[in-house]
Ligand binder design. Structure first.
Ligand code: SF4
Length: 323
């Protein structure tokens, strides 16, 4: 089994876009690989204006992940800042990484535009911290979407440079390209996200799921109930493909023939999402009833991650003659 490392920003309660993409992928990987999953709270500090909600966000996110099938017996699940050795490696990597490599990163330029009031040092150093995250645990495989390949390439460059100066310490992590489904939000335009307020939380009760689904944009060309619809341009239909897959073709035919109205179609979708997530909600409720469970899981994850980190840093210091 190769070692997979993946880091996720603490975004609080997860939505169905997270669930259908990253979470389900992580659940399946833990059966094939030695997986380390990390909630990257230090990365989050580069863009947060306040940390008031940070602990709550970590807690809710971990709850969702555990209820969705992430199994701490099969993987290590921990919080980045709970293993401070990552900051040591981040500093040391900073000494082998030319500034020009960092300044050319497109996401740095985007972030500068997005938050001109807060162009902090952490934004430019972000790829070094990411390299430290992966390599501290000797990550060999990193699941990424196509848009994240340049970031991983920078990690590989830092590893190559470090190894060429100080000797082979780190494996060059390989990308495992994952075809995460791009789930559109309820506006049918933007990717589902909290910032666009176009999401449905996976822990939402059925009545809230129904309320959210009823706001979804459908085929804009279908003005009247008697108009034939175009499921191929309708995001409600797109969601049916995930949650009502056995009836998706039938729904498409009924839509094209105007045999079904959008209101009924949405009610059906809300019902499918609610039943599809029923066992998740049950498991989550059980976890909520054990107040210390999440804290225990992430404390145990930190202990196991720390043990690996300690070995790596011993090796790093020996190679760098920092004895
Ligand atoms: Fe979309 Fe369903 Fe309306 Fe067709 S009937 S346009 S699939 S919501």
């Amino acid at each position: 089994m190769g070692r997979v490392f993946s880091g996720f920003r603490p975004t609080g309660k997860q939505h169905i876009g997270n669930y259908l993409g990253v979470i389900q992928n992580c659940v399946s990987l833990q059966d094939e690989y030695d997986c380390i999953y990390c909630v990257v709270d230090i990365h989050a500090l580069t863009t947060l204006d306040s940390t008031d909600a940070l602990n709550e966000d970590i807690h809710e996110m971990v709850l969702d992940w555990l209820a969705a099938g992430i199994d701490p017996k099969k993987c290590i699940l921990f919080v980045q800042s709970h293993v401070p050795k990552v900051m040591e490696l981040y500093t040391l990597f900073g000494m082998v990484t030319p500034l020009s490599w960092l300044l050319r990163v497109p996401t740095f330029k985007e972030k500068v535009k997005m938050q001109p009031h807060n162009v902090n040092y952490g934004l430019v150093g972000y790829p070094i911290l990411m390299a430290a995250d992966i390599t501290l645990y000797k990550g060999e495989i990193v699941p990424v979407g196509g848009d994240q390949l340049p970031h991983l390439e920078l990690t590989r460059e830092i590893v190559r440079r470090f190894n060429s100066i100080y000797g082979d310490v780190f494996p060059e992590p390989q990308a495992k390209l994952a075809s995460f489904p791009s789930v559109l939000g309820l506006d049918g335009v933007q990717k589902m996200s909290k910032s666009c307020n176009n999401y449905i939380e996976i822990s939402a009760p059925p009545e809230e799921i129904l309320r959210r689904v009823m706001t979804a944009v459908t085929d804009p060309g279908r003005k009247y109930r008697s108009d034939p619809g175009r499921p191929e341009v309708c995001n409600v239909y797109n969601l049916h493909k995930y949650f009502t897959s056995s009836r998706a073709e039938e729904i498409a035919a009924e839509c094209r023939a105007a045999d079904i109205g959008c209101v009924d179609c949405k009610r059906m979708l809300a019902q499918s999402i609610s039943s599809g997530l029923e066992s998740f909600r049950g498991k989550r409720a059980t976890l909520v009833s054990k107040p210390d469970y999440v804290a225990d899981v992430i404390a145990d994850g930190a202990r196991r991650a720390e043990a690996i980190a300690k070995e790596t840093m011993k090796e790093v210091r020996e190679h760098m003659k920092l004895l």
